[in-house]
Design a protein around this ligand. Structure first.
Ligand SMILES: [Zn+2]
Length: 331
């Protein structure tokens, strides 16, 4: 396990605090999905439990604790996550966490709990967590990984030391992605840009050939404005891009068009490689764009929320709406 290139400064900060005896009882790691918050938390937990850890070498890799950490079953680390992605973290899981934190450390060092994503905690789970944040047992460390800190109660946020991981598209991160994917520097940079500087998200985009599909989506939005496309056939093709990805991309593209509409040319070049984005931004007015975004956002909620509406139908609805906007928006 190595420190990821875009997490170096945060790593140095936390390790310095640890070696100076100033590590807090609760850390709130914030950053976009795909920034590697979970990887950072795991690396930190490993460094705190390694028997031969030093500032220059956080993990020895061979002590009993390192071996257990690498195998993913160290008894002093507890991971709390929703049963399924997108579901809530319930109060029962946080009660188990409290119990775990009060047990004696097997390694005689720390008890570490990693909650990810922390914003998945429901209200009673957060309230229960507050108890341990207010009176943390000695040697305990809570690591909250969070992509939407605004969704956490202020009472929880204010009791954690926050460590931000903003998106990063720097040279070292691009090089890391190039090596991971075996792609050329231009493609790595394009993927990273589309992923908002979140490298693991960039990897996921590469795996599903997202760049080409997103460009196709944007090209279709442009073509729909000519009015000659069949909404049903197009919805079927879009559905083939996969759910909920296609709806997320649609929202991102519409947001980018809106940003392009209200900012100076060149300040938002995401998705605009072939000029389609600029073309739509020029042809529609701001109200039409905002309304289209609202329709897409409602369809996203319909497809991913508890009602689980017919996804193909939602795509058709958006396409028909976009066509009608196009026919009234031409100027
Ligand atoms: Zn070790």
């Amino acid at each position: 396990m190595n420190v990821l290139p875009w997490q170096q400064s945060q790593w140095t900060r936390v390790l310095d605090a640890h070696h100076n005896g100033r590590l807090p009882h609760a850390l709130l790691l914030t950053g976009p999905d795909g920034a590697g918050l979970g990887e950072f938390a795991a690396l930190l937990a490993g460094a705190l439990l390694c028997r031969q850890s030093s500032p220059s070498r956080p993990h020895c890799g061979s002590c009993r604790d390192c071996v257990l950490v690498q195998a993913g079953n160290h008894p002093d680390i507890l991971r709390v996550r929703p049963e399924e992605p997108g579901k809530q973290i319930r109060v029962e899981e946080i009660r188990d966490l409290l119990e775990f934190m009060h047990l004696t450390s097997q390694s005689g060092r720390h008890k570490i709990a990693i909650i990810s994503p922390a914003e998945a905690m429901n209200k009673s789970a957060s309230n229960t967590l507050l108890k341990t944040l207010e009176e943390p047992p000695a040697g305990s460390l809570l690591i909250l990984c969070c992509h939407a800190p605004g969704q956490l109660p202020v009472t929880v946020r204010s009791r954690c030391q926050r460590l931000d991981f903003p998106g990063d598209s720097g040279h070292a991160t691009c090089r890391w992605l190039e090596r991971k994917l075996g792609v050329d520097p231009d493609l790595a940079a394009a993927l990273l840009r589309r992923a908002g500087g979140a490298p693991f998200r960039a990897m996921a985009l590469a795996e599903c050939d997202a760049l080409a599909k997103q460009n196709e989506l944007l090209g279709d939005l442009c073509q729909l404005r000519q009015g000659h496309r069949d909404p049903v056939a197009m919805a079927r093709r879009w559905a083939g891009f996969g759910f909920p990805a296609v709806l997320v991309w649609l929202l991102e593209i519409l947001r980018s068009i809106t940003v392009r509409k209200v900012t100076v040319s060149g300040s938002a070049d995401l998705y605009n490689e072939n000029g389609h984005l600029q073309q739509i931004a020029d042809e529609l007015d701001l109200m039409q764009l905002v309304t289209a975004y609202d329709v897409a956002a409602r369809n996203y909620q319909g497809a991913t929320g508890p009602h689980n509406l017919n996804k193909l139908g939602l795509l058709e609805e958006f396409i028909v709406y976009w066509q009608s906007t196009a026919s009234t928006g031409r100027r």
